[in-house]
Design a protein around this ligand. Structure first.
Ligand code: AP5
Length: 190
């Protein structure tokens, strides 16, 4: 089973590369950002709670996202594997994911971290904000808040996987194809 954590700051290309990986490997894509945006769009209680935090670039509580991932793992028992995109975002989430997978006699194969400069992230997200309508891409202030939250709360998750010898960092600047090829090269070592 291939269980990949695709890691990196907002705008690093996690969603873009996930789409290509699911086509190649037939994996299930679990993006907590996409799941939360779906809850928002449906106007569920959870979505309404998450909306303010997301629009301000802050993290949603661990228990909420861990619960969503747990449900998705249960609903996809026959999956060939999973791509975790935007999750885990805290060390507590990483520990919970290990527990969830080990209860299913499975484990994370590896984390691949996309390295992109802050200037490039800001450029990409402002550009996407012009057409996507994502409130958290709408202005530089929120984009910079998301990058700060990433550095303060999410970056330590890399150390969690480094301590398990499951961490690889690659250059996230280049064409989508170049980055995809670099990801495949890492996956072939698993
Ligand atoms: P989430 O949806 O996960 O957003 P994010 O991490 O900020 O990531 P993005 O979707 O913005 O970027 P990405 O890395 O996927 O890049 P993409 O491929 O889209 O989270 C949103 C919010 O939900 C969070 O702020 C938080 O509030 C909440 N949340 C989610 N998960 C949570 C969790 N686990 N715990 C707590 N709260 C959580 O690409 C970005 C742009 O760049 C696109 O326009 C793309 O076309 C372009 N692009 C991609 N690759 C390249 C390239 N190689 N060259 C040039 N442009 C490129």
């Amino acid at each position: 089973m291939l269980n990949l954590v695709l890691f990196g700051p907002p705008g690093a290309g996690k969603g873009t590369q996930s789409q290509k990986l699911i086509e190649k490997f037939g994996l299930i894509h679990l993006s907590t950002g996409d799941l939360l945006r779906a809850e928002k769009a449906q106007g569920t209680e959870l979505g309404l709670e998450a909306k303010k935090l997301m629009d301000e670039g802050k993290l949603v509580p661990d228990a909420v996202v861990i619960g969503m991932i747990s449900n998705k793992l249960d609903a996809n028992k026959d999956a060939k594997g999973f791509i975790f995109d935007g999750f885990p975002r805290t060390v507590a989430q990483a520990e919970a994911l290990d527990d969830l997978l080990s209860s299913k006699e499975s484990a994370i194969s590896g984390m691949i971290a996309l390295q992109v400069t802050d200037e490039e992230l800001e450029h990409r997200l402002l550009l996407r904000g012009e057409s996507s309508g994502r409130p958290d891409d709408a202005n530089l202030e929120v984009i910079r808040k998301r990058i700060k939250v990433y550095n303060d709360e999410t970056a330590p998750v890399a150390g969690f996987y480094q301590s398990q010898n499951k961490y690889t960092s690659i250059n996230g600047i280049g064409t989508v194809e170049e980055i995809f090829d670099a990801i495949i090269t890492v996956i072939e070592t698993y």
